[in-house]
Design a protein around this ligand. Structure first.
Ligand code: ST9
Ligand code: ZN
Ligand code: ZN
Length: 334
């Protein structure tokens, strides 16, 4: 595995002359890390987050009840907000900024940063990408922020309700993040994160239906606002919880992340998680391109329009070789 992964990285560097930044991305599993011996540090609850997450989910349930009061346009707007915020996470924070699996022009990065603020995940793109690189590099150990060996609840939402394991921070501080620091769009979003979240995650979804087609403010706030926000969050968390627990492992049966079509559907393409942890730099995060994968279709469209370029892909031969060497036998094409 080790040699193969290193070859991927070398391959990455050869892919394009100006790909220097991509070769520094630390998203490959590090099997030299060992968890510290002795008792685990005590779990420290963060009550502020517990209360806020409870209120958010109560608000989202209320939004669910309000759906019959919403106009058709408001429902359509909710879907649009869902897609935009999801793309800000999948095409933006995840495939572009965490993994550098393709290159995006300035206007596309601005769009993805705005979309990312609409999704209001954790913190800004910089912290999201940092935590996500630690997740890949130290997957399912103490240094993984949402270590799925601690169970479904912890991997899903529990990790946001307690202090991080010290190893997450220790290892995260050693990561190479210069590509993120050098990205003006990422740093701008980081500087203005709070304001951009208030505007894009809450005010815009609420006010657009009110201003343009006379929707009530409460439907605007609870349906395209809170309900949409909570559903995008849960769809994202399912990648960390369900897709690390349920599904097949056609590419690498020695790791826990799995292929989960249901998660792929709700997370617009991010549920092919056995593939993704095996080949983290592939822009499609799946062997099967656009299948159940709106994010890949979006990036393809952006490439077609000249707004993105250099999407990285694993060769068919490399996939087949990997399926035969470490797969669980569930892949029909292998
Ligand atoms: C949310 C996040 O939902 C979702 C992220 C999901 C990730 C998903 C990945 C899935 C795969 C991709 C698929 C996408 C699919 C999308 C589908 C869309 C439909 N390295 O953090 P603190 C430092 S959030 C280095 O406070 P605590 C840090 O800089 C929802 N350093 O740790 C700081 O340093 P300093 C809203 C690190 O105290 C210090 O440590 N958000 C690292 O343990 C303390 O940092 C929330 O609900 C690192 N990795 O608190 C919660 N980490 O002091 C927001 C930390 O120098 N978060 N540091 O400034 C929090 O409240 C807290 O982080 C905490 C931990 C309570 C969780
Ligand atoms: Zn994962
Ligand atoms: Zn990833």
């Amino acid at each position: 595995t080790e040699t193969e992964t290193r070859n991927h990285h070398a391959g990455r560097q050869q892919n394009g002359g100006a790909m220097a930044e991509a070769s520094t991305v630390e998203d490959v599993f590090d099997d030299t890390y060992e968890e510290k011996d002795g008792p685990k540090p005590p779990r420290m609850l963060v009550w502020r987050n517990i209360i806020l997450m409870t209120l958010l989910h109560i608000g989202a349930l209320y939004g669910l009840i309000l759906i019959p009061n919403a106009s058709v346009l408001t429902i359509a707007w909710t879907a649009v907000c869902y897609l935009i915020s999801a793309l800000g996470v999948t095409a933006g924070a995840h495939r572009l900024w965490s993994h550098r699996s393709y290159k995006a022009s300035f206007p596309l990065r601005v769009f993805l940063a705005l979309a990312n603020s609409m999704a209001f995940q954790q913190n800004d793109i910089y912290e999201w990408a940092r935590d996500h690189r630690v997740h890949h590099k130290y997957s399912e150990t103490d240094a993984d922020p949402h270590n799925a060996t601690r169970g479904f609840f912890f991997a899903h939402i529990g990790w946001l309700l307690v202090r991080k394991h010290p190893d997450v921070i220790e290892k995260g501080k050693k990561l190479e993040l210069s590509d993120l620091k050098a990205d003006k769009v990422v740093m701008f979003q980081r500087r203005h994160y709070k304001l951009s979240v208030v505007m894009l995650c809450f005010l815009v979804p609420t006010l657009v239906p009110w201003y343009f087609w006379g929707e009530s403010l409460s439907v605007g706030y609870f349906v395209p606002g809170l309900l949409r926000y909570a559903v995008v969050l849960n769809a994202t968390w399912l990648v960390n919880s369900a897709a690390h627990i349920w599904g097949t492992r056609p590419y690498d049966k020695t790791i826990n992340p799995r292929e989960n079509p249901l998660v792929a559907f709700s997370a617009i393409g991010e549920g092919f998680h056995n593939y993704h942890h095996t080949f983290p730099f592939d822009y499609a995060t799946s062997e099967f391109g656009c299948k159940l994968n709106l994010t890949t279709a979006f990036i393809d469209t952006m490439c077609y329009l000249g707004l993105a370029k250099d999407p990285k892909r694993v060769s068919k031969e490399m996939i087949t070789a990997r399926i035969q060497r470490t797969g669980d036998g569930s892949n029909k094409s292998g």
